[in-house]
Design a protein around this ligand. Structure first.
Ligand code: SF4
Length: 216
């Protein structure tokens, strides 16, 4: 990590707090299970698309592990097709629903290892569920957070594992859950992978004003 990273983190944190004092969770859900399924569906798909699909999924088959465990994979697949990767995602939804019933009393477990043992659930998905459902400090790193952390000099961009550990060391645990939402909202509004506008952008202009490096 660059020696300037702690100073950059303070600047980034201040701007994000001003712009997004109470960032909402972008995936619509109404309980731990519906958030888990929504996060699973969001892999390589936009949250907006997931939010279009999940109401139909719940309305057609139900919104509980019991109901989706009893639904044919092909039927789930038809509904979730717009989210992409539908063969794997539909198998995962039915499979994890069955495991929740068999091993966890039909409930989403508040445990990283148990979550990551579910089909279709990796460390990022488990982190989103742990942070937003159970309030456990976590730092789910998606493509937006990975890109922004590198551009802002908070991490070197070598891997998402590295980005996660660098952000966790730069910010107190009490900030992690809010911070990851703040960065996601900021990245969508200001910091696209291509075609960014440094002149009008609130973060890199603040970093530059402090003499801190920014990357393209
Ligand atoms: S100037 Fe570009 S890289 Fe920096 S925060 Fe703004 S959009 Fe992102």
């Amino acid at each position: 990590m660059e020696p300037t990273a702690p100073k950059a983190a303070r600047v980034v944190g201040r701007v994000l707090d001003r712009l997004y004092p109470a960032p909402p969770i972008p995936l619509d859900h109404h309980d731990p299970y519906t958030l888990l399924v929504a996060v699973l569906l969001s892999a390589q798909c936009t949250d907006a698309r997931v939010n279009q699909v999940t109401p139909l999924l719940w309305a057609t088959f139900g919104d509980t592990p019991e109901q989706l465990a009893a639904t044919e994979v092909d039927a789930i697949r038809e509904i979730i097709k717009p989210c992409g990767l539908s063969p794997a995602k539909s198998r995962a939804i039915q499979g994890l629903s069955r495991i929740l019933l068999d091993l966890h009393d039909g409930k989403v477990p508040a445990d990283f290892a148990a979550l990551e043992a579910l089909p279709g659930v990796g460390h990022k998905t488990a982190s989103v569920v742990m942070s937003h459902v159970f309030g456990v400090p976590a730092m789910p790193v998606d493509t937006h957070i990975h890109r922004c952390a590198r551009r802002w000099g908070l991490s070197d961009g070598s891997s998402v594992v590295r980005t996660e550990s660098d952000l966790k060391s730069l910010f107190p645990a009490s900030r992690w859950n809010n911070l990851h939402l703040q960065i996601i909202h900021f990245a969508r509004a200001h910091c696209p992978a291509r075609g960014h506008q440094p002149q009008t952008c609130p973060i890199c202009s603040a970093l530059s004003a402090k003499g801190l490096p920014v990357s393209d």
